[in-house]
Write a protein that binds this ligand. Structure first.
Ligand SMILES: NC(=O)c1ccc[n+]([C@@H]2O[C@H](COP(=O)([O-])OP(=O)(O)OC[C@H]3O[C@@H](n4cnc5c(N)ncnc54)[C@H](O)[C@@H]3O)[C@@H](O)[C@H]2O)c1
Length: 244
């Protein structure tokens, strides 16, 4: 991507995939609003990226609709526009069959992995429309297209992200706002630190886990002018896992 006068918002920016997208967009010259609940890691990233671009941060919980509303207001006041949004903050669940999953746990996953994306798009889109368009990438998973045993809340939440992205893409296709979802296989990030990596790698036909930088390259492409005809699409990046 050539250096453009663009503004991006990234949730879940302090770690893993969100962090790599932030690093890449900063190198491309984007101004960025970084959002995460982890203040320590977010401030570390802010000081690293402010050496190369203009960065603002907002520490808070994406399940708080008012927090998201305030974040968009802050972007408007600081930059006056929003071009790209990566709605990426997400969590996984302990492995359990559905009868053993507490009702509170179910709602917690839906709030973080699904409802927060609605809050984000609800407030991002009006600001994008002010500058006549934008590109949104919602972070789903290959488990937003297929299932795996004992992960009903995560699988359900990521399928919801797939459907929501298609529905919102249709709502705004004629107003130059593109919405796509990205569906990674297992990517080496803190999210999967508790699962045996050799066991997971063997499930991918390419024989390894993915890297956050590889997902960042895909997100960067979907934001770019090269992807102008792409909306409502599901981009799988899983080393062949889901074709088996
Ligand atoms: N790593 C994988 O294997 C994998 C595979 C498919 C999809 N994904 C998805 O990619 C996204 C990013 O995951 P990652 O692997 O980079 O994980 P990660 O744990 O490294 O990063 C997630 C970030 O989200 C933040 N976050 C979590 N809950 C939050 C909340 N309520 N409010 C604000 N911030 C919050 C965390 O603090 C963290 O910085 C998630 O949506 C995840 O489901 C990951």
């Amino acid at each position: 991507m050539t250096k453009l006068n663009k503004v991006a918002m990234i949730t879940g920016a302090a770690s893993g995939i969100g962090r790599e997208v932030a690093v890449r967009l900063a190198k491309d010259g984007c101004k960025i609003c970084l959002v995460d609940i982890n203040e320590v890691l977010l401030k570390e990233l802010e000081s690293e990226l402010s050496k190369v671009t203009q960065v603002i941060i907002n520490v808070g919980d994406v399940t708080d609709a008012n927090f998201i509303k305030n974040t968009i207001q802050q972007i408007d006041e600081s930059f006056g526009q929003l071009d790209f949004a990566l709605n990426n903050a997400g969590v996984t669940t302990a492995a359990n069959p559905v009868a053993d999953i507490a009702i509170e746990e179910w709602h917690k996953i839906m709030n973080i992995n699904v409802n927060s994306l609605y809050y984000c798009m609800h407030y991002q889109i009006p600001l994008m429309l002010k500058s006549k368009g934008g590109s949104i990438v919602n972070m789903s998973s290959m488990l937003g297209l297929i299932a795996t045993k004992n992960r009903a809340p995560y699988v359900t939440s990521k399928h919801a992200v797939t459907g929501m992205s298609k529905a919102v893409a249709l709502d705004y296709a004629d107003q130059n706002i593109r919405v796509n979802s990205v569906h990674p296989g297992y990517i080496e990030t803190p999210l999967i630190a508790h699962i045996d990596h050799d066991f997971l790698a063997a499930k991918h036909p390419v024989g390894r886990l993915g890297k956050a930088e590889e997902v960042a390259a895909l997100v960067s492409f979907l934001f770019s002018g090269e992807a102008q005809f792409i909306t409502g699409s599901q981009y799988v990046i899983d080393g062949g896992y889901s074709i088996q």
